[in-house]
Design a protein around this ligand. Structure first.
Ligand SMILES: Nc1nc2c(c(=O)[nH]1)N[C@H]1C(S)=C(S)[C@@H](COP(=O)(O)O)O[C@H]1N2
Ligand SMILES: [Mo]
Length: 251
């Protein structure tokens, strides 16, 4: 036992300490309320309060700098892919869509659009991918997809000038859902222009005839039913970014 000296605390000392504790408590309370009020009076920036958006942007930079785009998402054997794949999100999936006349529009430059049919896309090298698809809402599912990697597609169609740009923008035919993707993620070896799920053409509600599968990102970026792809150095509009989510939404 370590000997210790007993020390008598006078009632005056107790009173002083109680008073100090109370004053510190009041001070912190006032500070917290002031901070909360200040935060709520800050302007909005892309769906989030400006100071919070700054934190999101900072997080984005951290992810961008520390996650190498050559880092591959974990893959699984085909047998572990679920048969009943969840359907989530139907924005931009209007009933009036006619899949028989669908063609992919690749907007190379203003006034220079490349038109590609689904058969042309299917004739390119095919990549199968079984990975854990993660939605920002908290669920995940091991699912099996196939298509052409965007990297192979870009090579085949001579998009060397386009892939120098910083971003790609993808939009549904009705223009109601749209995503912006940074070019390194677009060119990632597991990013697919996807036309198959579980070895069969995509079901209608899962993006038939063509969707994006991009395992380095959360589900919100896997746009179903692609109408067009464009390229820019400025961030293309992004549906969920405009509603306060992280632009990068990387994993
Ligand atoms: N066109 C379109 N694509 C979309 C969405 C959407 O609402 N509309 N939702 C996204 C979200 S939030 C997720 S989790 C995935 C779900 O893909 P699934 O329906 O094939 O499971 O699609 C993404 N792509
Ligand atoms: Mo999602």
């Amino acid at each position: 036992m370590i000997p210790y000296k007993e020390h008598e605390i006078s009632s005056k000392e107790i009173r002083n300490r109680t008073l100090i504790s109370f004053l510190v408590f009041v001070l912190l309370l006032v500070l917290a309320i002031t901070l909360w009020k200040w935060l709520n009076h800050q302007p909005q920036e892309q769906g989030a309060l400006k100071p919070l958006r700054k934190v999101l942007n900072y997080n984005e930079d951290v992810f961008n700098n520390f996650l190498s785009n050559n880092h591959l998402a974990k893959t699984f054997p085909v047998s572990s892919a679920v048969k009943k794949v969840r359907v989530n999100g139907n924005i931009g999936m209007s009933k009036d869509f006619d899949p028989t006349t669908w063609k992919l529009k690749v907007i190379k430059n203003p006034g220079d659009t490349l038109i590609v049919t689904i058969d042309e896309i299917k004739s390119l090298p095919k990549t199968d991918l079984v990975f854990d698809f993660k939605c920002i809402e908290g669920w995940s599912q091991v699912t099996h997809w196939a298509g052409v990697t965007f990297a192979d597609f870009a090579k085949k169609y001579g998009l060397s000038e386009q892939i120098q740009k910083k971003y790609a923008g993808l939009i549904t035919p009705d223009k109601r859902y749209y995503v912006g993707i940074d070019m390194p993620s677009m060119l990632h070896p597991q990013t697919l222009l996807c036309y198959e799920m579980n070895g069969k053409p995509l079901p209608m509600n899962q993006g038939y005839p063509l969707r994006l599968i991009i395992p380095v990102k959360y589900g919100i970026k896997h746009l179903k039913r692609i109408a067009s792809i464009s390229f820019s150095n400025e961030r293309p509009p992004d549906y969920w970014y405009e509603r306060g989510y992280d632009y990068y939404s990387g994993l």
